[in-house]
Design a protein around this ligand. Structure first.
Ligand SMILES: [Zn+2]
Ligand SMILES: [Zn+2]
Ligand SMILES: [Zn+2]
Length: 281
């Protein structure tokens, strides 16, 4: 197996950027530079495993060539906040269109409780022996600390990011041979991750610093807690990450050049929609 590939389908937090009616430096930049436009957070791993099909998934996947659409085989959901799973219904069309087998959806037990409230009609609890004529997805439970392999050679290990109290939110350690990517788009407490020396660390960019996170409604309990970017930088340095990208970018209201001043060196950057990162084997 060769390189490990991460495609960022979307890189915003709960709401897209630019925000309606806002002329802050961040939103103004996004209106003149497409690189500043962000849709809801999602990644595609090795063209095959789709993490967090959010409400923008239909349009995000529409730009892919058909052969890349047909390569998608597994779905992973980190947690059941709207921006991370509401695309499941749109994504079901993928399987109809391509006449694929049922797609496994990996989520934690307490995520499933909420996902099924909305999407019970899409999910089988066992693989449908009749080639999935009924429902497009088959339920797969993932458990914190327990690795699973969507296919041989690529493993995912979920860990608790302490983003939420009412249900568990997973970060993901994604490993292939000696390569390790950590995807934690919504993360709060980093104390117990036990994750070191990742080749690529992808962290929460909802807030820039502690001032922002205490002043914005998105820090409220209902929508979860987020480690600010300035603290994410410290975490990345302490765990000796080779490279760090921030995603799940919130309404931080600063232009890209100002944001850069918070990032210590070239090992740090902000991901953008459509960006593809290839990690060589
Ligand atoms: Zn989110
Ligand atoms: Zn704005
Ligand atoms: Zn969330």
């Amino acid at each position: 197996m060769g390189e490990l590939t991460i495609r960022f389908l979307g890189t915003s937090a709960r709401h897209p950027l630019p925000r309606w009616g806002c002329d802050c430096p961040q939103c103004s930049h996004a209106r003149t530079d497409p690189g500043g436009v962000r849709s809801r957070p999602s990644i595609l791993v090795n063209q095959r495993v789709l993490v967090d099909p959010g409400p923008d998934i239909y349009r995000q996947l529409a730009v892919l060539p058909p052969e890349e659409l047909t390569a998608i085989r597994d779905i992973v959901i980190t947690h059941p906040h709207a921006d991370h799973y509401l695309g499941l219904d749109d994504l079901a069309q993928l399987r109809q269109m391509l006449n694929l087998e049922q797609l496994p959806v990996w989520a934690q037990f307490d995520s499933w409780t909420l996902i099924l409230v909305t999407f019970n009609y899409l999910v089988s609890h066992e693989l449908d022996p009749g080639q999935g004529t009924e429902r497009p997805y088959v339920r797969r439970d993932m458990t914190l600390g327990q690795s699973f392999e969507p296919y041989e050679g690529l493993s995912f290990t979920p860990f608790d990011t302490f983003h939420t109290n009412t249900f568990t939110t997973a970060g993901l350690v994604i490993e292939q041979n000696d390569l390790r990517v950590v995807y934690a788009p919504t993360s709060y407490d980093s104390a117990f991750w036990g994750v070191t020396e990742s080749d690529l660390l992808i962290l929460d960019g909802t807030f820039l610093n502690g001032d922002q996170s205490s002043n914005q409604p998105e820090s409220g309990e209902e929508y979860g807690r987020h480690l600010p970017i300035v603290e994410g930088v410290r975490f990345a340095q302490a765990t000796r990450a080779q490279r760090t990208l921030f995603t799940h970018i919130g309404h931080i209201q600063v232009a890209p050049e100002e944001l850069r001043t918070y990032l210590p060196d070239d090992a740090f950057d902000v991901a953008s929609d459509g960006q593809v990162v290839e990690l060589p084997a």
